[in-house]
Design a protein around this ligand. Structure first.
Ligand code: NAP
Length: 241
């Protein structure tokens, strides 16, 4: 087994994903920068390497089966295995997105990336993760996906795009199901919420920095072997499902 941990972060060319890669790189880990656009991928890898991280680019479009399969083969060949997968890539999708106005094609696109993309990449990486001594899967979710918070009196989430919100509820359910399926293995599966973070996703209207948003994923990627399974967390602790 490799002493240096190896991680793949999807959607790591910018925003929170880039900072997750930087945070894990700062721990001395080898970081696969999963990104679909070659130019943006190379730029992120160059920037991470310039900051001292052991980063390598992984061509990956989470909406394509062949891309996920090829990414797993690429990591096996270039890094020899995988310890941690951070499913970070996501889209908000086209507007409008009230339940009564959302175009079904928008809903399909959002689910394809934010939900099926996670399943596709996770299943492609699972054989390598199962072979790791301390494997972790971190799904970047959002508190807007919490059914408990959505239905709590007094909590106003504002105008959250319906397809995006529902995709995170779907992802939360999947996180629980993966954790249950893998409960007799050493793979710890958890979901994290970065908080309202200033990135392209929200036109930089968020109040947290991408580095702050990345902290929960770095934490969940590094929990000990007796750490949580099937939990949902932000920087303040557990988030209700
Ligand atoms: P972002 O800046 O828009 O970055 C999203 C990343 O996902 C980009 O690297 C993007 O790549 C990538 N991506 C999208 N579709 C992809 C695909 N098909 N294949 C591969 N990569 C793809 O968003 P962010 O704010 O950093 O969000 C990161 C995660 O945090 C997401 O899961 C998001 O839902 C979650 N989150 C964010 C907030 C927030 O306030 N920002 C709050 C709660 C949860 P391209 O550059 O190629 O588009």
């Amino acid at each position: 087994m490799n002493a240096q941990k190896i991680a793949l972060v999807t959607g790591a060319n910018k925003g929170i994903g880039y900072e997750i890669a930087a945070g894990l790189g700062a721990l001395g880990w080898r970081i696969g920068v999963g990104a679909r656009d070659p130019r943006r991928r190379h730029a992120a890898v160059d920037r991470l390497r310039a900051s001292g991280a052991d980063a390598f680019g992984v061509p990956l479009d989470v909406t394509e089966d062949a891309s996920a399969t090829a990414a797993a083969e690429f990591i096996a060949e270039h890094a020899g295995g995988l310890d941690v997968l951070v499913n970070n890539a996501a889209i908000v999708g086209r507007m409008p997105q009230t339940p009564s106005s959302v175009d079904p094609s928008t809903l399909r696109d959002v689910v394809e990336t934010n939900v099926i993309g996670v399943i596709r990449v996770t299943n492609a990486m699972l054989p390598m993760l199962r072979a790791s001594s301390s494997p972790r899967i971190v799904n970047m979710s959002s508190s807007v996906g919490s059914l408990s918070l959505q239905t709590s009196p007094g909590i106003d989430m504002g105008q959250v795009p319906a397809a995006y919100l529902a995709s995170k509820t779907f992802l939360n359910a999947l996180t629980i199901q993966y954790a249950k399926e893998l409960s007799d293995t050493s793979v710890l599966v958890n979901a994290g919420c970065p908080g309202f973070t200033a990135t392209d996703l929200n036109g930089f209207s968020g109040v947290r920095t991408a580095q702050q948003g990345a902290a929960i994923a770095v934490h969940l990627a590094t929990v000990p072997d007796d750490g949580p399974r099937g939990g949902f967390f932000d920087d303040a602790g557990p988030v209700p499902w």
